[in-house]
Write a protein that binds this ligand. Structure first.
Ligand SMILES: Nc1nc2c(c(=O)[nH]1)N[C@@H](CNc1ccc(C(=O)N[C@@H](CCC(=O)N[C@@H](CCC(=O)N[C@@H](CCC(=O)O)C(=O)O)C(=O)O)C(=O)O)cc1)CN2
Ligand SMILES: [Zn+2]
Length: 769
């Protein structure tokens, strides 16, 4: 029999229950016991959904209160001493690593958090020491949760982050220089011990995720698989059967690693992203090994095309026989929303096009049956074929006017009128900015009051005028606070925006949006990606009213704030029937009109955020990457190049690793870039000198993900470090990212130190000059 399996289920619950519980705990509103009980309730509910759907292999240990990689940091006792020395409870220590801790005399910043492959999910980086040791935590979480499931009547397959991926995704702590992969020998015995405990608890098989196999790997990392998996295989029947899981790419270029898994029961591959790897993978499997075929997309919300999936599955079954094929989700479903059933406002035709996690779980089970007994699921197969056909035939997808405009795009439209030096001279006159200008990245705290008012407006409980007036008041407050802080370039604070992508999706043709389709981004933070279903165009200005009002009450330059085309695309659920470059250009044209409209309305500094530019970068170097960068950069340029020389274009990215695609960042030709830098080494800025980058840069001087307020000294020290790599006249002073997740007192505290530090250097360098 062909079995069905799910690689991981969303953690948040139907109504973001986990978010609410975590945040209530952090605010001291519920006890630790209450929080843990809520976690248990969610796990049980999610196992039940999968069991009821008929899934054969249900995951456990896919749940995490904050992040599953962070779970493993604690599981292997790889917690840096600055946390263990605080003697917090395990749960508080865990949250301290995730989000920092500043309470009861304890003051520790969070560990670094970065993007999980090319997704909008963030993981906490294992942060390792020169003398790092590992040991198994007491009452290990995977065992505990396996037993919890078992007791409730669910036989599960625990999910673990593999030893090689755990290390390869980590880094040396500040002040250490260890190459994490060299720690493998120390980690593997702990792993084997964990697997033995799982077996003793009754686990028949485990899913060990080694997603780094989709990357180009350093030889040291490649070589690590063999000793790791041989040690596991050597434990024989004392450990569960192992399925090694990869996702988000193909592994064909790493086939030389596969012999390392000869002791494993099987291999999972992503056949949504790379269906063409099926044939070569089939040839690589050992005579008894299982193929877990990832055919149900864990990264998007489109209904599975059963006919297409069945073709793939039949090829696999033909080669291996039904006993050696598992039908699976392509990756964990944490990247999809919980259930389509919550969506009451989608147009009814469109509703039929989608599947969220609950529906995907059913798809996996149906497909597994359909491979060998199509008659048993005849009705499901017919309904699926009809839905796929209805979408293909729909008129919603096609707008001739958009296509016409795209056909007329010229190369000149991508370039500013003059090179940077000329532009900068005009901007300097126009904007009269000091040395080390201070600014923020756009958003100010999204207070619960803002959300409540927006919710009332959405529900029709207050009128559009009342809501507008409320937003104006918020903008007034933001301007007043920036006056008090004495910042140099202001923002309006984005109070009118639910989210930087969703907000634009809601104002563009070609999109539909949801009411409950939340996806975890990091910790308790979720996003509700809008869905691109057709050709995109802008029916009316989207941000002009708020920016214009803000500028009218401000005595300093007001920065207009837009989300760039690449980010709008990446943080939406994109279409799969049209190439992403086409969707991106449509977004670029819509934004180009917005940029020009802002300028016409007196906004002369315009920031076009592209934080998702890097995550969209194909995971492997080579042709595919170059092709992506070409259309991504072109889209940004098309969106921004319509303005006069005297208008200053900013862009923002909240990451600092662009060493490997620096030429693309430079090619954007933005006048000012703000980037994340507070938690990475200032050395990363060296690339700007090496490449003789001529334009202006604001490397973030503090981490906005944490509620912690840095001291004045920390700001000065950080700026000093940056000045080792950047020219003073190039340097802007700003936070890492927007401040929407912070509270006002945290923002005021941090920004007042930031401005004071900028003034200190302004004075210091004025004296020098
Ligand atoms: N799309 C996206 N991706 C991103 C980022 C981003 O800003 N956007 N930033 C980076 C980090 N990721 C982040 C992701 C989310 C949030 C965030 O703050 N999310 C908010 C939700 C934002 C939102 O859409 N809010 C809506 C809905 C708010 C809400 O919960 N409303 C209540 C009702 C109102 C109430 O009574 O509170 C409800 O629906 O139940 C609004 O403001 O209108 C959250 O989790 O709390 C921050 C950073 C990378 N990726
Ligand atoms: Zn950002």
């Amino acid at each position: 029999m062909v079995q069905s399996s799910v690689l991981g289920f969303p953690r948040m619950g139907v109504l973001r229950d986990l978010k609410k519980a975590n945040e209530a705990y952090w605010a001291d509103k519920i006890s630790q016991e209450a929080l843990l009980a809520e976690g248990k309730r969610l796990r049980l509910a999610h196992w039940k959904i999968q069991k009821d759907a008929g899934v054969d292999i249900i995951p456990s240990n896919d749940f995490a209160h904050y992040d599953h990689v962070l779970d493993h940091i604690q599981l292997f006792n790889a917690v840096p001493e600055r946390y263990t020395s605080q003697k917090l409870s395990p749960l508080d220590e865990y949250f301290a690593m995730g989000r920092g801790h500043q309470k009861g005399g304890v003051d520790v910043p969070a560990l670094e958090m970065v993007k999980w492959f090319d997704s909008n999910y963030h993981y906490v980086k294992p942060t390792l020491q020169d003398n790092q040791t590992f040991s198994l935590a007491k009452d290990p979480k995977p065992v505990r949760e396996f037993l919890e499931a078992k007791e409730a009547g669910f036989q599960t397959r625990p999910v673990l982050v593999g030893p090689v991926s755990f290390l390869a995704l980590g880094k040396a702590d500040r002040g250490s220089s260890v190459d994490p992969i060299t720690l493998l020998d120390k980690l593997v015995p702990v792993y084997v011990e964990l697997l033995k405990q799982l077996k003793a608890a009754g686990a028949e098989s485990v899913q060990i995720d080694e997603p780094v196999l989709v990357f180009d790997l350093r030889p040291e990392v490649k070589a690590a698989f063999k000793p790791a998996y041989e040690a596991i295989a050597a434990a024989g029947d004392a450990v569960p059967k192992v399925i090694v899981a990869t996702y988000f790419g193909d592994i064909v270029h790493n086939f030389d690693v596969l012999p390392a898994f000869s002791g494993a029961a099987g291999l999972h591959v992503d056949l949504v992203r790379n269906p063409e790897q099926l044939e070569p993978v089939l040839k690589q499997l050992g005579p008894n090994q299982i193929l877990s075929a990832g055919v149900v997309d864990g990264r998007n919300i489109w209904k599975n095309d059963f006919a297409k999936s069945l073709e793939i599955l039949q090829t696999a079954v033909k080669a291996l026989g039904p006993e050696r094929v598992i039908v699976a989700t392509s990756s964990s479903l944490i990247h999809t929303p919980h259930t389509l059933a919550s969506e009451k406002k989608l147009p009814s035709d469109v509703y039929e096009w989608f599947s969220f996690a609950v529906e995907k779980v059913k798809e996996v089970a149906t497909l597994a049956k359909a491979v060998t007994e199509p008659d048993a699921v005849k009705a499901e197969l017919e309904a699926n074929a009809a839905a796929i056909k209805a979408r293909t035939d729909s008129k919603r997808t096609n707008d001739p006017a958009v296509k016409e405009r795209q056909a007329q795009v010229t190369p000149e439209q991508h370039n500013r009128k003059a090179p940077f030096n000329t532009r900068y001279a005009e901007q300097k006159k126009h904007l009269s900015l000091p040395l080390f200008p201070t600014t923020t990245i756009g958003s100010f705290p999204q207070t619960s009051e803002i959300r409540v008012q927006r919710n009332k407006f959405t529900k029709g409980e207050i009128s559009a005028e009342e809501y507008e007036r409320f937003i104006e008041k918020e903008i007034e407050l933001a301007v007043k606070i920036q006056d008090e802080l004495d910042l140099d370039v202001y923002v309006h604070g984005e109070p009118e925006r639910n989210d930087m992508v969703q907000y634009f999706g809601e104002r563009l043709n070609g999109y539909v949006f949801t009411t409950h389709a939340w996806v975890q981004s990091y910790g308790s933070r979720c996003v509700r990606p809008p869905i691109i279903v057709g050709d995109i165009s802008r029916p009316a200005p989207m941000t002009v009213k708020e920016s214009k009002y803000a500028a009218s009450i401000s005595k300093k330059p007001m920065k207009g704030m837009l989300t760039g085309p690449v980010t709008c695309l990446r943080w939406s659920f994109p279409r799969v029937d049209v190439h992403q470059s086409v969707q991106c250009q449509q977004l670029a044209l819509a934004l180009r009109d917005e940029v020009v409209d802002l300028e016409k309305n007196g906004i002369y500094v315009i920031q076009v955020d592209e934080p998702a530019l890097r995550e969209g970068l194909p995971l492997r170097k080579g042709q595919e990457r170059e092709a992506y960068l070409k259309w991504a950069v072109d889209s940004f340029k098309l969106a921004t190049a319509g303005v006069e020389n005297s208008t200053q274009i900013h862009s923002h990215f909240c990451y600092s690793e662009f060493q490997d695609f620096f030429h693309a960042i430079a090619a954007l030709d933005a006048d000012v870039l703000s980037i994340e830098n507070s938690k990475s080494d200032a050395k990363l800025l060296k690339v700007f000198i090496d490449e003789e980058y001529p334009r202006h840069i604001g490397p973030g001087v503090y981490d906005i993900h944490s509620p912690r307020v840095p001291t004045l000294e920390e700001f000065k020290q950080r700026i000093e470090e940056m000045l080792a790599y950047l020219k003073p006249e190039q340097l802007w002073i700003n936070p890492d990212c927007g401040l929407k997740t912070r509270k006002w007192d945290e923002v005021k505290g941090a920004l007042s130190h930031m401005v004071e530090a900028a003034k200190y250097f302004r004075e210091k360098y004025a004296n020098k000059a």
